[in-house]
Design a protein around this ligand. Structure first.
Ligand SMILES: Cc1cc2nc3c(=O)[nH]c(=O)nc-3n(C[C@H](O)[C@H](O)[C@H](O)COP(=O)(O)O)c2cc1C
Length: 403
């Protein structure tokens, strides 16, 4: 079990992706073998001078019930509301001085944090869940467990098997289910100079998304041909030709178009998405040419009769619009259509792409290289979603003189 992560910027190991801090645990005890492995993982953490300044005090409610209660009583009231379900509590302490020379060890807390992360990752690998807490009374813990003066109580970890959030009260359940987010990489990692943000290629974020989420859970997933696209094909009497499906993702649109007799080229920046799409086409017995390709640096050759963009344009910053327009109008034959679906300004949820457009924006951006045939309000509809993200559906015709 893991929790959705927003603004992921590059793929990470599945163990790191799966770790999170839940607030609900099963009543099951943690096997001593698993507990030992978690502690062993912590033991093999790196530390300054290999001083191993960490010490762990275990309180297993199934083994040391009285100690568990004593440690639990030191937690802040807020943490007690959920940590009462954790079968194991582990207090982590850091030495204040180096063992080899008695000098102050300013890395001990850093090292103890690393050991705890090893413990937490080992727990995750074993199917356990761990939630660290700084919210506890350190003086009370020191007294309750006679912690020596040269060790500092740092955190209490709740450990157990992840439970079902349904048992939580409404407020806590909402907190439990809200997708996780992080500061952007550019804000926390600098390249060569303090403040100069490290930028990861955008394609890596998409790759991570496709690696982590089953296609059906992606907000832009539609199992059949998007109804707006189907309607436009019918209205404009388009029954065949060469189509480019931009940002094909799980490949459902490409496959639906191929089934209708179109000759389809489908691209995505994510190799995982392209592989998933290729497998779908194979299962469905249709022929589609799939390619890993970035439209802003495309290797594609036109001409296409039709380009379908259901969510690529709106991820680009305004600086990339010129490049996008140049490429798309080069790839379309004169009179060819761009069917564009993008987020609408009317969509106010914080999650989603940065680009949200009003009809006037589309007019302004696309006029010139394109004749605006139609712009109308729509949605990224998904079966069973009664509040789908608001979108604009646009039909844009490539102008002869623009090439
Ligand atoms: C040193 C430390 C202290 C923390 N203290 C608390 C705490 O007292 N109560 C709590 O609910 N979560 C606590 N957390 C958990 C963080 O809130 C959590 O790690 C963070 O929100 C990121 O969420 P994630 O672990 O699910 O990725 C603590 C985490 C750390 C590392």
């Amino acid at each position: 079990m893991s929790r959705e992560r927003l603004n992921v910027q590059a793929p990470v190991h599945e163990l790191i992706a799966a770790r999170w801090s839940p607030r609900v645990f099963e009543a099951l005890p943690v096997e001593v073998e698993k507990l030992a492995s978690c502690l062993e993982a912590a033991r093999w953490a790196p530390s300054c001078y290999n001083d191993q300044p960490w010490r762990f005090l275990l309180a297993d409610s199934h083994q040391e019930e009285e100690a568990w209660q004593r440690l639990f009583d030191c937690l802040s009231p807020g943490n007690q509301t959920w940590a009462r379900r954790a079968p194991v509590l582990i207090l982590a302490c850091a030495a204040t001085r180096f063992g080899h020379n008695g000098q102050p060890n300013r890395w001990a807390q850093y090292d103890t944090g690393q050991a705890m992360m090893s413990l937490v990752l080992q727990a995750t690998a074993l199917g356990l869940a761990a939630h660290q807490m700084g919210g506890f009374d350190a003086d009370r813990v020191r007294q309750a467990f006679a912690i020596p003066g040269d060790f500092e109580p740092m955190s209490v970890l709740a450990l157990g098997y992840p439970g079902d959030p349904a048992v939580l009260d409404e407020e806590m359940r909402q907190r439990e289910l809200v997708p996780r987010q992080r500061k952007p990489l550019e804000e926390i990692a600098f390249a060569g100079r303090w403040g100069l943000g490290f930028t990861a290629p955008d394609s890596l974020g998409w790759e991570a998304r496709y690696q982590e989420s089953p296609p059906e859970r992606l907000p832009w997933y539609h199992p059949d041909l998007d109804p707006d696209v189907a309607e436009a094909l019918e209205r404009f009497g388009i029954e065949g030709g060469r189509v480019l499906d931009l940002g094909t993702g799980p490949g459902t649109q490409a496959v639906a178009l191929a089934r209708r007799g179109f000759q389809v080229v489908a691209t995505d920046v994510s190799p995982t998405a392209v592989e998933q799409a290729r497998r779908l086409a194979e299962r469905e017995g249709v022929e589609v040419t799939f390619l890993v390709d970035d439209i802003l640096a495309t290797r594609l050759e036109g001409p296409f009769d039709l380009i379908l963009d259901r969510g690529v344009f709106h991820v680009f910053a305004p600086e990339a619009h010129g490049r996008y327009l140049a490429v798309v109008s080069r790839l379309l034959r004169p009179g060819g259509l761009l069917l564009l679906k993008c987020f609408s300004v009317e969509e106010t949820r914080p999650e989603g792409p940065p680009g949200r457009y009003a009809p006037e924006d589309i007019q302004r951006i696309f006029s010139g290289p394109f004749r605006i045939v139609e712009i109308r309000p729509s949605a990224f509809a998904r079966p069973g979603d009664d509040n789908p993200p608001k979108a604009l559906f646009c039909v844009l015709e490539s102008e002869e003189e623009s090439r």
